[in-house]
Design a protein around this ligand. Structure first.
Ligand SMILES: *[C@@H]1O[C@H](CO)[C@@H](O)[C@H](O)[C@H]1NC(C)=O
Ligand SMILES: *[C@@H]1O[C@H](CO)[C@@H](O)[C@H](O)[C@H]1NC(C)=O
Ligand SMILES: *[C@@H]1O[C@H](CO)[C@@H](O)[C@H](O)[C@H]1NC(C)=O
Length: 447
């Protein structure tokens, strides 16, 4: 082969190497920039929200008040069940480069549980509790892994001495049930009912930040990390959140954010024996409920993401284009993704999962879900406590005695043709499958 040619080929190869090198570097920098910007924008939004929520002078995350405590003293407050986990900080680099879940931080403060226990409708979300618990203005931060290691050691040592942890405080309660849902479908009423049924004995976390942050840390299905890592983090987060120093507390429940419906598999991987429910509602009614504050402000519109390829194809096969959907259609598509994902998990979980529809949900809890599915026997007083909370509007912050109104008929009547159309196109089939599941399990297939 002539010399000139090989030289040319070599130069060509070298040039190619340089180009590839640049491309790789550029991509890495771009990803780094994007993720950095993304998280800092989120951080800013969160801060603004918190400032709005807590009043401008009360900033949320600062360590000042507890700088007089050593790290050991802070960990001890958590291990003793006196301080509670309120936020989780996943490192921006994710969890896949490390051994275990290195670098995950928790924010801790002292929650006044009696607020939620005595008036769940006035403090319907965990954030309402943190807002009204003074030490939560200045939570302290700890490494989650360190906290868990100290807590496990402490429990193991006591067990080795023959101490029965179940009858000793502090200890960590095991979750008795998880509540997933489509949002605006009665799930807060479920959480309030679980709290109100037996306030001294029941601790109910309603849309708290840490479990969903853990479940999402490795993406859908935990696929962005080594196998089992998201579930491991979630299990340990719940171990911390179940910590109690109150001997009267015996039961623990979590209502998860609606987006958690896409991450049920992480929960079932972490807690393969814990029963769970998925709360849903009739398509037109749930659309009306979602859009009640205006289409442009609706969460369902803005939360649409991660449309699976099969879904995209299915939509396109009906002559629709994913990029041209109206906001109403986006809302319906988002809800359908939650329902699809929940259905998939229901099929996987078998008898540990129940679909529960909005209609008469309080009666279903009393007659069926709590005793048969969560396996908790109920006294007549406890049933009455649930009836009472069921008569109040579930998010009656401030409006203490706001009565719960059945509004399904009105919602049906006022729906526009576009809403009806979107509800039917995107949601009807998963709704029917959920109904089948609900009825199958409720009646044992008998009716
Ligand atoms: C540290 O500060 C907190 C809040 O001001 C106070 O309650 C606590 O007693 C202090 N602890 C010590 C060890 O000084
Ligand atoms: C907790 O809230 C109750 C009201 O339910 C109040 O009476 C009590 O003083 C609060 N406890 C603390 C420690 O702030
Ligand atoms: C536990 O319940 C008993 C009886 O209702 C009550 O007297 C006691 O104060 C409760 N303990 C705590 C730590 O709340």
């Amino acid at each position: 082969m002539p010399k000139g040619n090989t030289g040319k080929a070599r130069r060509h190869r070298e040039l190619k190497k340089i180009v590839i090198c640049f491309a790789v570097c550029f991509t890495i920098i771009a990803i780094y920039e994007l993720s950095g910007k993304g998280s800092s924008a989120r951080e800013r939004r969160r801060k603004t929200k918190n400032i709005l929520r807590n009043g401008a002078k009360k900033k949320f995350s600062s360590d000042k008040e507890f700088t007089n405590l050593t790290e050991e003293e802070k960990i001890d407050l958590v291990v003793q069940g006196k301080f509670h986990l309120v936020n989780l900080k996943i490192p921006p680099t994710g969890l896949n480069e490390h051994h275990r879940y290195e670098g995950v931080l928790g924010e801790f403060c002292q929650i006044n549980w009696s607020l939620h226990k005595s008036e769940p409708s006035s403090y319907p979300m965990y954030r309402d509790l943190t807002k009204n618990s003074p030490s939560c203005e200045r939570p302290f931060r700890l490494d989650i892994k360190k906290v868990v290691d100290v807590m496990r050691n402490y429990d193991d040592e006591r067990e080795a001495k023959g101490i029965d942890l179940e009858n000793q405080v502090p200890h960590s309660l095991q979750p008795n049930g998880f509540v997933f849902h489509e949002s605006r479908c009665g799930s807060t009423l479920v959480a309030n009912s679980l709290a109100a049924m037996n306030p001294p004995a029941h601790r109910t976390y309603s849309e708290s930040a840490p479990p969903i942050a853990a479940a999402k840390a490795c993406g859908i299905g935990g696929k962005n990390c080594p196998e089992g890592r998201a579930a491991e983090l979630l299990r340990d987060v719940i171990y911390i959140m179940g910590r109690t120093d109150d001997p009267n507390e015996t039961h623990l429940f979590f209502k998860i954010q609606s987006i958690g419906s896409k991450y049920i598999s992480v929960f079932t991987e972490a807690f393969p024996d814990t029963p769970w429910i998925y709360v849903y509602r009739e398509p037109v009614q749930i659309m009306m409920s979602q859009l009640a504050q205006g289409v442009n402000r609706a969460n369902c519109v803005h939360q649409l993401s991660n449309v699976p390829d099969e879904k995209r194809k299915e939509i396109e096969s009906h002559g629709k284009n994913l990029d041209d959907l109206s906001n109403i259609e986006k809302c319906a598509l988002h809800l359908s993704l939650l329902c699809d994902s929940a259905l998939h998990a229901i099929y996987e979980s078998g008898s540990l999962a129940r679909a529960v529809s909005y209609d008469n949900i309080v009666q279903k809890l009393i007659a069926h879900i709590i005793p048969d599915h969560f396996h908790i026997l109920m006294t007549d007083d406890e049933k009455e406590n649930i009836q009472k909370v069921g008569g109040q509007y579930s998010k009656g912050r401030g409006k203490r005695k706001a009565e719960f109104k059945e509004d399904s008929e009105e919602k049906e009547k006022n729906a526009t043709p576009e809403i009806r159309e979107a509800a039917k196109f995107f949601l009807q089939s998963s709704f029917e499958l959920l109904e089948e599941e609900a009825n199958e399990k409720y009646y044992g297939g008998g009716v």
